[in-house]
Design a protein around this ligand. Structure first.
Ligand code: FE2
Length: 227
């Protein structure tokens, strides 16, 4: 198996490249400006990209999904509940996506957005902006819901084995991986909190609007197509 984590400094986005032993690959949460880097990695490692996956409609960067489709022929994928027309395939909870001899399981985790989902591969969980390292995605725009976020994390992610590795869609403090066991104990927003306590925290974060939101969201609803 092949596993690579990439980082886009302007948006602090973490992107993941996975491949089976025969060279069939998927990429999770690609950033448009980093597509050249991903293509170089695919070439260097001798991989064929089967799927370009997004965990949700991003507000802070434009997805590289469409650019990867054009360059590699990969199929672009997102949750059906995102309402994004520009993707080739729309997923629902529980679906399994095969790539070569490997597969990913789709776990719908509404909260950050209604269409947010996580991908589970082997012992690794790619959480997008749902569960992050000692954090979670904001719920104050894009039809987010702190109640749904609490239920998604506690009822669908915290039931996974403690050893499950958590790979988030962003980290702003240089961290790169955590685990379900760690987040259940250490995540200051949700560990040991009631639903009401969590919602009170989320409702008072007072975060600024992402700078590129008005450009990124319309482009991402088209899968990152710019023309
Ligand atoms: Fe997001």
């Amino acid at each position: 198996m092949i596993f690579r984590q990439s980082f886009d400094p302007p948006s602090s986005t973490l992107t993941y490249l996975l491949a089976d032993d025969l060279g069939t690959a998927v990429i999770i949460d690609p950033v448009l400006e980093q597509v050249g880097h991903y293509l170089g990695l695919l070439d260097q490692l001798g991989l064929r990209l089967a799927w370009a996956l997004d965990t949700h409609i991003h507000a802070d960067h434009i997805t590289g999904a469409d650019a990867l489709r054009r360059s590699t022929g990969a199929t672009t994928v997102i949750a059906a509940s995102c309402g994004a027309e520009g993707y080739d395939r729309q997923l629902v909870d529980g679906e399994v996506l095969a790539f070569g001899g490997e597969s990913l399981r789709v776990i719908a985790t509404p909260g950050h957005t209604p269409g947010s989902l996580c991908y589970l591969w082997r012992d690794r969980l790619f959480t997008g902006d749902t569960l992050m390292i000692n954090a979670c995605g904001r719920t104050d725009f894009q039809r987010g819901s702190s109640v749904k976020m609490y239920r998604s994390i506690t009822q669908k992610l915290f039931i996974l084995p403690d050893e499950t590795l958590v790979y988030p869609g962003h980290d702003y403090k240089g961290r790169r991986v955590s685990s379900i066991g760690e987040e259940k104990v250490l995540n200051l927003r949700i560990a040991g909190k009631t639903e009401q306590e969590f919602c009170d925290i989320m409702d008072n974060l007072n975060l600024a609007t992402p700078q590129r939101m008005h450009e990124a969201v319309p482009a991402n609803l088209l899968g990152g197509r710019l023309d």
